[in-house]
Design a protein around this ligand. Structure first.
Ligand SMILES: Nc1nc2c(ncn2[C@@H]2O[C@H](COP(=O)(O)OP(=O)(O)O)[C@@H](O)[C@H]2O)c(=O)[nH]1
Ligand SMILES: [Mg+2]
Length: 430
């Protein structure tokens, strides 16, 4: 799926410059390829407009090249387009499969049984397609192949009775009901589905659809959802249709998310749906990995974090690191000058004062820790009362914080943040 997009992205990656022309070529290629995959045209044009706008923004996030920035945007937008990752719990449950003729229901029933059995649950299949005698044999054979229990009655005419009997007779954790299809969702099928559904209250009601219906997956999903109340969708034949992308995007825009995709005729050919897989494949795994790594590193980069304001929380951490390590005392002993040569606010940092500050800071609200400039008037009173100190002591802490903040802004934020007082002192000039 989306092989052409993959080529377009590769082409873009190998360019020397990611200028406007390159971005426009890339979005044009992506547009053409999505439309070829039968993705709704208006969704495609919204997506490419967004990519173009963001990709050509004046300000690049620091640390990323223009090319990387564009790839990241393409990655994010395509991932959004493809919807949510599957949310499949491996636990006992009853599942009802519905869908039109030839969608892949019976095959998928077997694949699901195989999926849960491999994960340690006892599985059973129930043949509720009583329309065609061949349906019974097909499911029985599949049950045999995947080592699942089986219940069915080749003579039965009423699927509800079959389901009721099957539910009581099978000793399985996961029971999967395979129902009959139609050419279209007519009243007859609606009635049958709701009768079956009422007879055993399924935990999951999945609509099974083949990938080749492309964007009309949206309409079909909405209709089945209205008639039977879906909990999810399974898109089959992803291996043999060029319209799979259109079907997946269509489902992402409906109320029912894709849970599994079928990728072949064999019982093992079932995957939990994960849009990231597709996007990774399009962008090219090595490129994407190195890009994501880079972004992660940027997020974790202390320089980047330090761009924010020095807060009371930072001040507290700094003070705590000083007291914990006894750094202050050690530092005083090592310094070749007396304490009155220290800057004012350092000179004041006696052990007693540090303890007092810590107690006051424990009575501050989160807001006050973030922005101590709000500590005024009645707030000061409240804090003094809460910490068993006085208004003037609270005022002193705030003043001390401000002095330190000014100093931090002047000198090196990193060493302050890391509580490395020695380093900081050397920066100040001692
Ligand atoms: N290539 C491919 N074929 C599939 C897939 N799922 C089902 N089929 C085939 O589609 C045909 C119809 O499947 P079936 O399960 O009988 O559909 P039903 O009428 O909905 O029960 C069969 O030939 C299956 O082998 C799939 O994911 N990939
Ligand atoms: Mg069938």
């Amino acid at each position: 799926m989306f092989d052409k997009i993959k080529d377009s992205i590769q082409k873009f990656s190998s360019r020397n410059v990611a200028d406007r022309e390159a971005v426009e070529q890339l979005t044009k290629d992506i547009q053409r390829d999505l439309i070829r995959a039968d993705v709704d045209v208006s969704l495609v044009s919204d997506l490419t407009d967004e990519i173009k706008e963001e990709a050509l923004e004046e300000d690049l996030p620091s640390g990323l090249s223009r090319k990387e920035h564009v790839l990241k945007i393409v990655y994010d937008r395509l991932e959004d387009l493809l919807g949510e990752e599957a949310d499949v719990e491996v636990e006992p449950k009853n599942i009802l499969l519905s869908g039109l003729y030839g969608a892949g229901k019976t095959t998928t029933a077997g694949k699901l049984a195989d999926f849960y059995r491999k994960r340690g649950l006892k599985v059973g299949l129930i043949a509720a397609d009583t329309d065609r005698p061949a349906a019974y044999n097909q499911l029985k054979q599949i049950a045999d192949d995947v080592d699942a229990q089986f219940f069915g009655d080749p003579e039965a005419e009423n699927p509800v009775k079959v389901v009721e009997k099957g539910m009581s007779q099978l000793d399985a954790d996961v029971k999967i009901v395979d129902s009959a299809g139609r050419d279209s969702l007519d009243d007859d099928l609606k009635k049958e589905l709701s009768a079956i559904s009422e007879s055993f209250s399924p935990d999951e009601k999945y609509l099974v659809m083949p990938a080749d219906i492309g964007q009309s997956a949206r309409e079909q999903t909405d209709m089945f959802d209205e008639a039977a109340g879906l909990t999810g969708v399974i898109v089959t034949k992803m291996d043999s249709s060029a319209k799979g992308g259109g079907a997946l995007v269509a489902c992402a825009n409906s109320d029912s998310s894709v849970q599994f995709i079928g990728t072949g005729e064999k019982m093992g050919d079932l995957e939990q749906y994960d849009p990231v897989d597709f996007v990774s494949d399009m962008i090219g795994q090595p490129d994407l990995e190195s890009l994501l790594e880079k972004i992660e590193e940027m997020d974790a980069d202390p320089e980047a974090i330090l761009e924010g304001e020095f807060t009371m929380q930072d001040f507290k951490e700094q003070i705590e690191s000083v007291t914990q390590a006894g750094v202050m005392e050690e530092m005083m002993q090592q310094l070749p000058f007396s304490s009155n040569q220290l800057p004012d606010n350092m000179q004041d940092m006696t052990e007693g004062k540090i303890e007092n500050y810590t107690i006051i800071m424990d009575s501050l609200t989160d807001e006050e820790m973030r922005d101590p400039s709000v500590i005024k008037g009645s707030r000061k009173e409240r804090i003094a009362e809460g910490s068993g100190t006085s208004k003037s002591e609270v005022g002193e802490l705030v003043k001390h914080f401000k002095q330190t903040k000014n100093m931090v802004n002047k000198f090196d934020k990193n060493s302050m943040k890391r509580g490395n007082m020695k380093d900081m002192m050397s920066k100040i000039g001692f």
